[in-house]
Design a protein around this ligand. Sequence first.
Ligand SMILES: [Zn+2]
Length: 226
Amino acid sequence: MSLHPSTLALHELLAGATTSVQTTANAENHSQPRPGGSVDLERIQNAVREILAAVGENPEREGLLETPARVARMYAEVFAGLHLDPAVHLQKTFTQKHDEMVLVKEIAFSSCCEHHLLPFTGQAHIAYLPDGKVVGLSKLARVVEVIARRPQVQERMTEDLADLIMRELNPRGVGVILEASHSCMTIRGVRKPGAMTITSALRGLFRSNPTTRSELMSLVFGASRS
Ligand SMILES: [Zn+2]
């Protein structure tokens, strides 16, 4: 896919080829759910107290007393997807003759960058070309929700979504586009608020057929960027 250079975020340029290699290598491990796993809240609390002490704070002062417990509950929520299997949301399908593109645009998500444990937030656009089998539209949003709630890199999240839908629905093609703003880029490091990182993962006809691909791009970005 060729995006206009101005839509490429600095983050992507800096990330370079190494990131995409790691992304591919790790994709399989991370798409495996860890059912039955749980979050050790007390362990997080102890760690947060340590961080506070290490940065020169007093974890015993009034304003910080409840912070470790709060942060522990926050991580349990933000990383809840580690213990869930997104595939369960794609099990119930309907037989449908519709063979044109199904696109759900602007699915809001927030995830947590695994390099800094800072949030990245944005929108997912998910398209597929059914092969006689469709899934409830809200299920695509559910899948985004589960996969986002893990320590992530946007590149892998994009690939995991595409591979999961391809595997579970067996469509003729899948196109996933994610646009996100990374707070590890806006509040630290290069401090570039407003930079958007755009990633895409195309499978089947979205990859092999330029017409299908450009139809998706113009539906998502508007005709001028197709
Ligand atoms: Zn980061």
